[in-house]
Design a protein around this ligand. Structure first.
Ligand code: IVH
Length: 699
C-alpha cells in the first residue's frame, strides 16, 4: 500500500504538521495533507497494527483537521477521515438489492468430506490436481460493500442473500474499511466486495464487562456482538465498539470497457493481494496456497489446534479454487459456489437439559438465577451451571425447567445459554418462578422500575456482607492473596470477621488454633493483609463495591481527587462532569458518600493504615521522570514509538513535539534528521540512544 519511500515522506509530513499544530500555524492549505496523513496513520494502526505516532498525536492532528474543515466547509471531501462520524441517529435501514446474490458455503467436517469434494472438483474441471487457496472462516456478520469511482457508496448486511439492509453509516464507523480506494488503478469503475465484520475477543470481553458493570446480561459471543452492533441506530456507539472487517471476495465489477472485461486479476489470491494493496484488511497474510487436497487436509488439522491463538473467533477454514477462470467454469448451485467449501472446526456448542434454577445473592443484593444443567463437555471443560442473569433474560430466552438448551462457549468467554428448544417440549416442563423473599435473610425482595434485577435491600443480609468482603479481597480489587472465598465464609460463620475493616483486625491467635491453619499459613495471611494496605487508591475504590463503579471508572475516580473522603464534597453535577460518569453512576457515588456507615468505614480503614490518598500524587512522587520533557526522533528499533511515549507518560514525564530549550531529552533512533541537528545546538538538551532511554526508564 505505502512504499518505504512513501512511508518516510508521510512520516516527515506528519512531523511537520505536528510542529505546525503546536505552533498554531496550520492553515487551509494544509487540510488536504492532513487528510492524507491521517489516512496513512489509520492504515498503520488498524491494518498493520504498527502505529508510528501516539494516540494523542493522532487526536491532535484529527482535531486540527476538524477545525479547518469547520471554518472552511469547502475543504470537506467524502473520504476525509472526519467524515466517518455521523451526527444524529439513523432512522431506519432501507432494504437494498445485492448486485450478485450472497450465497452460502458448503460445509465439510473431516478428511473424507474434503477428498470427496476435491474428486468432484477434478471431475468437473478435468484436471489432475487443483491449486487451492485457504483462508480463515471468520465468525462474524457478512457484509457487502460497493465502491464507485473509488468511493465507498454503500455497505449492506447479507439479509436473505438477495437483499439486505443498507448500513452504510455504520460501516463507515469501522476504521479498517477505507472510505476511498484506488480501484481505478486496476481499471475498475464499480465493484462489489464481500467480507465479514468482527469484534475481537479483547473488545468483546471489554464490552461484556461494561454490560456487567451496568447489571445488564452479557452477549453470548463476538458474532452476536458484531451483528448486533451493525444494527445500532447511533453511529457513535458503533464507532465506540471498535469493530473490524476482513474483506475476502470480489463478487462483481465493471470496468470502463464493460462488465468483467479482461480482469486484471486472474486468481483469488491475486484479488486478496489487490484488496490488501488498496488498503483493505483482506486475509492476505493469513492465506495459504497448496496444490492438491492432501496438503490442504494436513493444514486444516494443524490449523484447528492454533485456532485459540487468534485475536478473533473463527469457526473453520474456507478452501477456494484459486484460478478464477476455473471458478467460472465450475459455477454454483442455488445455495453455494462449487469452487469453495468450508472446513468446520469442532463445535463449541452443545445441547443439554436445564434441571433446576438456584437463586444467589450478590454483594449488591442482586438476586442472580443460576441454571443447573446436566453436565456437558465443550472444548475442554465440563459445564454444569450457567448464570441466567435475571427475570427478563429468562423470559426472553423462554427457559423452563426440563428444557433442552443450546449452550456455547466462545473462546475464553464464560459459557452462555444461546437458546431453549421449545419444539422439543413434552409438556412436563415447569415455568421458572422468581422468589419473593431473599433466600438467605428472607426479607422481601424489591425491584426498581427501570431495572430487571430483583434485590434484597437488607444491607445487613449475611449473604451480601460475605460477598462484599470476598469482593474486597479479590484479585482485581485489594488482591489479598491467601484469603480466598472459603476463608471469608469460614471466618464469618465463626464470628471472627463481621465487616470489611474486620479484615485488618483479624484475631490471628484464634485463627492459628483453627484446623488446617499452620504457623506458615497464618503468617502468609497476615503478610498479605498487611501488604494490601499499600494498594493504590483505584484498587480500594473498586474494592468498596460501589454500584456501577467498575475497574475503569475506579481509575477515573482515583485520578480526579487527592483524598478519597473528598468525594463527599462533590455535587451530582460535578460528578457527572467526570469522564465516563453518567447520571446513574454519579447518583450511586453520591449515595455511597452520603451514607453514614460508609463514611465511618472509610475512617476506620484509614485508622487501620490504608491508603486513601490519590494515585495522582503517588505517581508524581514516584514517577522518576516527573517534570522532564521528551521528544523522539528517527526509527526506534526495540520499542514501538507509541510504547516509548506511553512509558514516558506513565513515569510522570511529558512529551514535546518540537526541539526547543524547554526540551530535556531527545531520544534518537535510526536515521534521525533535522531534529537531532537542531538539538545539538542547544546544550541543555540531553541526547539519548534508545538503550540509554530504556536504562533511564528502568531507573
Ligand atoms: S466466501 C461466494 N470466505 O461464511 C463467496 N465466506 O457459512 C462465499 N465467511 O456467507 C463466501 N469467512 O459470510 C467466504 N473467508 C471466507 C469467509 C466466509 C466467513 C462466511 C460468509 C458466508 C458464510 C457461509
Amino acid at each position: 500500500m505505502y512504499s518505504p519511500e512513501q512511508t518516510r515522506q508521510l512520516q516527515k509530513q506528519t512531523n511537520e504538521l505536528l510542529e505546525k499544530a503546536h505552533a498554531h500555524a496550520l492553515h487551509p492549505g494544509d487540510a488536504y495533507r492532513l487528510q492524507e496523513v491521517l489516512r496513512f496513520h489509520e492504515y498503520r494502526y488498524y491494518l498493520l497494527n504498527d502505529p508510528l505516532i501516539s494516540d494523542a498525536q493522532y487526536d491532535l492532528l484529527y482535531k486540527e483537521l476538524e477545525k479547518l474543515e469547520q471554518a472552511h466547509p469547502e475543504l470537506v471531501t467524502r473520504d476525509s477521515p472526519t467524515q466517518r462520524v455521523a451526527k444524529g441517529l439513523t432512522k431506519d435501514f432501507p432494504t437494498v438489492q445485492h448486485l450478485v446474490p450472497m450465497l452460502s458455503l458448503e460445509n465439510s467436517y473431516d478428511a473424507d468430506d474434503l477428498l470427496d469434494w476435491d474428486r468432484k472438483a477434478r471431475e468437473l474441471t478435468g484436471l489432475q490436481e487443483i491449486e487451492y487457496c485457504i483462508e480463515p472462516k471468520f465468525d462474524g456478520a457478512s457484509i457487502s460493500l460497493i465502491y464507485e469511482n473509488d468511493l465507498l457508496v454503500r455497505g449492506a448486511t447479507r439479509g436473505d442473500g438477495v437483499a439486505g439492509d443498507d448500513i452504510t453509516t455504520n460501516i463507515r464507523q469501522i476504521r479498517s474499511v477505507p472510505l476511498s480506494a484506488r480501484f481505478s488503478e486496476y481499471g475498475i469503475q464499480q465493484i462489489e466486495i464481500r467480507g465479514e465484520v468482527l469484534m475481537t475477543k479483547k473488545n468483546f470481553k471489554k464490552y461484556n464487562d461494561q454490560l456487567a458493570e451496568q447489571n445488564l446480561p452479557p452477549l453470548a459471543n463476538p458474532r452476536n456482538a458484531a451483528a448486533g452492533t451493525l444494527r445500532i441506530k447511533d453511529p457513535r456507539e458503533v464507532s465506540r465498539r471498535n469493530l473490524e472487517a476482513f474483506l475476502y471476495h470480489v463478487s462483481y465489477f465493471v470496468s470502463p470497457r464493460g462488465q468483467h472485461a479482461d480482469p486484471i486479476v486472474q486468481t483469488h489470491s491475486g484479488n486478496l493481494e489487490m484488496l490488501w494493496n488498496l488498503g483493505f484488511r483482506s486475509p492476505q497474510q493469513e492465506k495459504k496456497l497448496f496444490s492438491g487436497i492432501g496438503k490442504v487436509i494436513d493444514y486444516c488439522h494443524q490449523f484447528e489446534k492454533e485456532r485459540d491463538g487468534l485475536p478473533y473467533e473463527i469457526d473453520g477454514l474456507v478452501i477456494k479454487v484459486n484460478d478464477i477462470a476455473l471458478q467460472d467454469r465450475m459455477g454454483m448451485t442455488t445455495h453455494h459456489p462449487r469452487w469453495a467449501i468450508a472446513f468446520k472446526f469442532k463445535a463449541r456448542q452443545a445441547t443439554t437439559h436445564l434441571r433446576a434454577v438456584e437463586f444467589q445473592v450478590g454483594r449488591t443484593g442482586a438476586i442472580t438465577p443460576v441454571a443447573k444443567l446436566d453436565p456437558v463437555f465443550i472444548s475442554g471443560v465440563t459445564v454444569s451451571s450457567i448464570s441466567v442473569h435475571n427475570e427478563d433474560y429468562i423470559r426472553e430466552k423462554d427457559l423452563k425447567i426440563g428444557d433442552s438448551v443450546l449452550i456455547e462457549r466462545a473462546g475464553d468467554v464464560i459459557p452462555q445459554i444461546v437458546k431453549s428448544m421449545p419444539e422439543l417440549r413434552d409438556g412436563s416442563e415447569i415455568t421458572i418462578r422468581f422468589p419473593k423473599h431473599c433466600p438467605v435473610c428472607h426479607s422481601t425482595l424489591s425491584k426498581e422500575e427501570d431495572e430487571a434485577v430483583w434485590r434484597c435491600v437488607n444491607i445487613e443480609c449475611p449473604a451480601q456482607v460475605v460477598e462484599r468482603i470476598i469482593h474486597f479481597t479479590s484479585k482485581d480489587a485489594m488482591d489479598i492473596r491467601s484469603f480466598g472465598e472459603a476463608n471469608v465464609r469460614r471466618f464469618y460463620d465463626l464470628g471472627l470477621l463481621k465487616d470489611i475493616p474486620g479484615i485488618y483486625r483479624l484475631p490471628f491467635e484464634r485463627i492459628s488454633q483453627l484446623e488446617g491453619f499452620k504457623e506458615k499459613s497464618v503468617n502468609n495471611l497476615r503478610t498479605a493483609i498487611e501488604e494490601s494496605k499499600k494498594q493504590p487508591l483505584h484498587r480500594l475504590i473498586y474494592a468498596l463495591g460501589i454500584r456501577f463503579v467498575g475497574e475503569t471508572t475506579a481509575k477515573v475516580l482515583a485520578a480526579s481527587i487527592d483524598y478519597l473522603p473528598d468525594f463527599r464534597k462533590l455535587t451530582m453535577e460535578e460528578l457527572e462532569n467526570l469522564e465516563d460518569v453518567g447520571p446513574k453512576v454519579a447518583g450511586s457515588i453520591h449515595r455511597f458518600f452520603h451514607t453514614e456507615g460508609n463514611l465511618h468505614m472509610l475512617e476506620e480503614l484509614e485508622k487501620l493504615g490504608l491508603n486513601l490518598k490519590s494515585d495522582k500524587s503517588a505517581m508524581v512522587a514516584g514517577g522518576n521522570l516527573h517534570g522532564q520533557t521528551f521528544l523522539f526522533t528517527g526509527t526506534l528499533v526495540q520499542l514501538k514509538r507509541s510504547q516509548a511515549e506511553e512509558m514516558v507518560e506513565k513515569n510522570g514525564g511529558k512529551l514535546l513535539y518540537s526541539v526547543s530549550s524547554n526540551l530535556n531529552y531527545l531520544v534518537v533512533g535510526e536515521d534521525a534528521g533535522s531534529k537531532l541537528e537542531k538539538a545539538k545546538k542547544i546544550p541543555s538538551i540531553r541526547i539519548l540512544s534508545e538503550t540509554e532511554f530504556l536504562q533511564l526508564i528502568n531507573g
